[in-house]
Design a protein around this ligand. Structure first.
Ligand code: MN
Ligand code: MN
Ligand code: MN
Length: 275
């Protein structure tokens, strides 16, 4: 059985519509799929009854949060989409994203730059407004000559436009997921480049807060990372998840459904949902 529990659509920063993504997943032989857009479940609103598709769809989301200065991603899997807690969480994350872009805009304006938030939002399109979009805008209004100058002068770490995200914290994110009947999973744990000690601290705290699993297999991850994560997962009594983190075809992103198998020692998070 081919399982892919991490993918994106045009509802966030993916390039395929929810329908096109499902079609591609079926083409690639995926049996169980979760669409996990960043801080939104809007893709599912376009899909109607999930039982109408010849593929098992597991409602999911990828929440953004911070933990000890790290921008952390937490998957919520097997969610009840009509959960009030979930919908409140999505609304709060969306407000946080807008609030942050407004603060960046104000700070840059104070420096005398003629920044227009509407233009920045236009550049971002369906993506979450972030510093690269502000950088692009600064180039367009002639404030800087290129991206690198935009970050050096205005947007890089410690510069006026470096505003930390206002995301909900980790306990809150796990609570929303759990209240929606879902399982919270640490997404791509090796991507944060944490030391092993810090990662183990995260995993411990995550579990004590009600987190259920970690993404042991993520995209085109090297085999030694899979091994390391499998060990951490098992030592902490967590369940293992697997996903491609597919965003778009043919651009170096991992293809939908193409991941290494979970190590045999791991207990798959999907077992209890599918039985
Ligand atoms: Mn993404
Ligand atoms: Mn992510
Ligand atoms: Mn992702």
């Amino acid at each position: 059985m081919k399982i892919d529990l991490h993918s994106h659509t045009t509802a966030s920063d993916g390039r395929l519509t929810p329908h096109a993504l499902i079609e591609r997943a079926i083409e690639k032989g995926v049996d169980v799929l979760s669409i996990t857009d960043h801080d939104t479940v809007a893709a599912y609103q376009q899909l109607g009854d999930l039982n109408d598709y010849p593929i098992r769809l597991i409602p999911g989301i990828e929440f953004s949060t911070q933990w000890r200065g790290v921008n952390l991603h937490v998957l919520g899997l097997n969610l009840n989409l009509s959960s009030e807690a979930l919908n409140l969480g999505v609304a709060k994350q969306s407000a946080a994203r807008i609030e942050r872009s407004e603060v960046i805009c104000k700070k840059l304006s104070k420096l005398g730059l003629n920044v227009n938030l509407k233009q920045v939002q236009k550049i971002a399109g369906k993506e979450n407004v972030g510093r690269p979009h502000f950088a692009q805008h600064l180039i367009e209004i002639g404030a800087v000559k290129d991206m690198s100058q935009a970050f050096k002068k205005y947007l890089g770490d410690g510069k006026p436009g470096d505003v930390k995200q206002f995301w909900a914290d980790l306990p809150q994110i796990i609570e929303w997921i759990t209240e929606a009947g879902g399982d919270a999973v640490i997404a791509h744990p090796c991507k944060y480049k944490m030391t092993r000690t810090k990662l183990i601290a995260l995993v411990g705290e995550f579990k004590s807060l009600g987190g259920r699993g970690i993404e042991v297999v993520s995209g085109k991850q090297p085999a030694d990372e899979v091994k390391k994560l499998a060990r951490i997962c098992n030592e902490n009594g967590l369940l293992a998840s697997s996903g491609s983190d597919f965003h778009q075809p043919d651009t170096g992103w991992c293809e939908i459904g193409i991941t290494a198998p979970l190590p045999k020692s791991c207990q798959p998070i999907w077992e209890s949902w599918l039985s």
